[in-house]
Design a protein around this ligand. Structure first.
Ligand SMILES: [Zn+2]
Length: 295
C-alpha cells in the first residue's frame, strides 16, 4: 500500500507550496497594510470632451494636483490614494470611490463660470472664488477618503463631517489669504443657492423648493455656507469678525461658533491627528505653495 506514493506526494507538495505562498502573501499584505505618509498619487486624465482641454492645461500649469498631493502627504495611509481629474460625460460632480478621488472637469468648469459671473460681489476675487472652491472640494473628498482608509467612526452625517474636516484643514494651514479663500467658498455656495449677496438673504421671500433638496445627503448650499462661515469665525474672531458684523452670519448662530470650532478641533485631534506624520507635516507647513495657484 503506497501511502505517500505518486499523486499523494504531489498533493502534499502542492499543499506545502500553497501554504508557503499563503505565508508570503500574508507577510506581503502585512507590509502593504503598514500605514505610511506620502501615499497620495495623482493623475490628470485626458478630458472626454475636447472643450475641457484648456481646463486640464490650466490645472497642470497651476500644479493643482501636486499641491493637493503635498497637502495630504503627512497622513499615514494603509494603501495609496489617487486624486484624479477626469471628464465625466457632462456630470458636474466630484466623489471618492474605491481608492480614488475623482474631480470632474465639468465641476471645475462650473466653478470657473461661477467665479467669472458679473454677479460676483466685490468682496471676493475671481481667483479666490476658484481656488477657495477647488480647495474645498479636494479637501471634502479627501476627508471622505480619510474616513474610509483610517476607519474613522462618525456621529452625525458623513457629508457634514467631510465639510467640517475640509474647513478645519483649510483654516489650520495658517495661510495669509485664508479669509479670501473662505470668501471664495462662501460665494460659490451663495451662487449655488441663487443668492446674489448677503443683503438679499435678509429679505423674507416665499420660495417653493423641491422637497428632494431637503432629502439630500448633503446639507443645503446655504447651510453649508453658514457652517463654513461659523467654523471660520470660531477659529479666528479677529479675522472673520468684520464679515460677521456686516451681517454674513446671524448673531444667534455666531455666538456659538467658538464652541462649534472647539468641537471639530477636539474630534480632529482625537481621531485624525494620530494618523499624521508630524515631521512630514512640519515640512509641508513650512512650504508656502499650498494655495491652488497664485493670482
Ligand atoms: Zn461628500
Amino acid at each position: 500500500m503506497r501511502i505517500f506514493g505518486g499523486s499523494g506526494l504531489r498533493a502534499l507538495a502542492w499543499m506545502l507550496a500553497a501554504h508557503a505562498v499563503a505565508v508570503i502573501l500574508t507577510v506581503g499584505n502585512a507590509r502593504a497594510q503598514t500605514a505610511e505618509p506620502g501615499r497620495i498619487l495623482i493623475e490628470y486624465a485626458l478630458p472626454t470632451d475636447p472643450k475641457h482641454q484648456p481646463i486640464l492645461e490650466l490645472l497642470r500649469q497651476k500644479q493643482v494636483l501636486e499641491r493637493v498631493q503635498t497637502l495630504l502627504s503627512p497622513f499615514r495611509l494603509p494603501r495609496p490614494l489617487t486624486f484624479r481629474t477626469a471628464g465625466c460625460d457632462g456630470e458636474v460632480n466630484a466623489w471618492f470611490e474605491g481608492d480614488a478621488v475623482t474631480i470632474c472637469y465639468e465641476y471645475v468648469e462650473y466653478v470657473m463660470e461661477s467665479a467669472a459671473s458679473r454677479r460676483r460681489p466685490e468682496w471676493v476675487s475671481e481667483h479666490h472664488a476658484i481656488s477657495g472652491a477647488l480647495m474645498d472640494v479636494f479637501l471634502h473628498e479627501g476627508a471622505h477618503a480619510l474616513f474610509a482608509y483610517l476607519d474613522i467612526p462618525l456621529l452625525g452625517r458623513e457629508e457634514d463631517a467631510a465639510d467640517q474636516v475640509a474647513a478645519y484643514m483649510l483654516l489650520s494651514l495658517g495661510r495669509q489669504d485664508t479669509p479670501q479663500l473662505v470668501a471664495g467658498i462662501v460665494y460659490i455656495y451663495l451662487n449655488e443657492a441663487g443668492i446674489r449677496d448677503f443683503p438679499s438673504l435678509r429679505r423674507k421671500r416665499l420660495k417653493i423648493v423641491d422637497h428632494k433638496h431637503y432629502a439630500d445627503v448633503h446639507s443645503t448650499p446655504l447651510q453649508r455656507m453658514f457652517n463654513t462661515l461659523c467654523l471660520a469665525y470660531g477659529a479666528s474672531p479677529e479675522l472673520f469678525g468684520p464679515a460677521i458684523q456686516r451681517g454674513a452670519l446671524p448673531a444667534d448662530r455666531a455666538e456659538g461658533c467658538a464652541d462649534e470650532f472647539g468641537q471639530v478641533d477636539r474630534a480632529f485631534r482625537r481621531l485624525l491627528l494620530p494618523h499624521v506624520d508630524l515631521s512630514v507635516l512640519q515640512r509641508v507647513l513650512a512650504r508656502d505653495t499650498l494655495s491652488l495657484g497664485r493670482p
